[in-house]
Design a binder for this molecule. Sequence first.
Ligand SMILES: Nc1ncnc2c1ncn2[C@@H]1O[C@H](COP(=O)(O)OP(=O)(O)OP(=O)(O)O)[C@@H](O)[C@H]1O
Length: 327
Amino acid sequence: MLHVDHVSFAYNTHIPVLENINLKVAKGEHVSIIGESGCGKSTLLKIIYGLLHLEVGEVYWNDTQVLGPLHNLVPGETYMKYLSQDFDLMPYTTVKENISEFLSVFEPQEMKARSLELLEMLGMTDFADTKVRYLSGGQQQRVALGRVLAQEPEILLLDEPFSHIDNFRKNDLRRNLFGYLKRKKITVLTATHDHNDMLPFADRVVVLRDRYIIAKGTPKNLYEHPKDLYIASLFGEANKIPINIVKSYADTKRRIIVYAHEFKVSGRSGLEVVVKSAYYMGNYFMIVGVYDGQDIYFHHHTPFESGKVVFLNISIETINQRMTDTL
Ligand SMILES: Nc1ncnc2c1ncn2[C@@H]1O[C@H](COP(=O)(O)OP(=O)(O)OP(=O)(O)O)[C@@H](O)[C@H]1O
């Protein structure tokens, strides 16, 4: 079990970056840390790995305390690996050599089998004998993943692990990698701002905002019951509107979160918006309308002219689902 216990951190004394962070991650569990750029995701991973000195709070892996740079000349612990946004590769050697560097030469059959398994899982078999310096950024990122996995960590910290990988390969790699980590019971913490890294794969999600953890839960629970617009917006375009402007009989001014795809366009009644713009999204249009000076995002299968008045409705199921959520 990883235990982050009452951790607060500042790079310089004036600006706190993380405040009172508490987190427990069980062996084999996959936890995603999400939040907008600059909210402290990478800093938290660096603290867990022992790259930053902690004045306040402690980090434990089972009964072992993770000690920071003042105690460890070479940062990092053997049971833990951290894949940062900069890859630490050997450019003049091949992909296979980069991945095998940490495999035991005393067991050549095992070494060959492990490196083939990793190459295949990462979709890099065809590049096994290519020197790393000739690879694209996305290919290098996959080799970097292979290098950390070859070291068989008990816990793996991934910072935006697919940031350089094209969409064509991303989904395949996500499925392969997270499936592999689950089978091997490797504990994973992934910092990301892409909900596709998290919704299908994470066991739990931790939401960071302005240095605090503001929510924890399963991906399904956070998605279906976002308690504020910040959390909902991590999953896509969302709106916060008073219930009584869509259901005039509702005897409450309470506001609920509505995802853009949850609005239904209607001819006559509902939330009256004036269309501002429409964006082609492939299988739908993202329409931006205005209600009372506030931008409202909704989907429609055809675009609308700017200036057109349309009415939006929300199903009673969605209203009931969100009634108890919003702060
Ligand atoms: N070495 C540093 N010295 C001073 N401030 C830093 C340093 N590294 C990060 N920061 C600041 O700490 C805050 C958190 O940064 P961090 O990189 O942890 O955020 P993040 O959530 O990972 O962002 P991103 O998603 O853009 O990678 C930011 O305000 C950043 O400017």
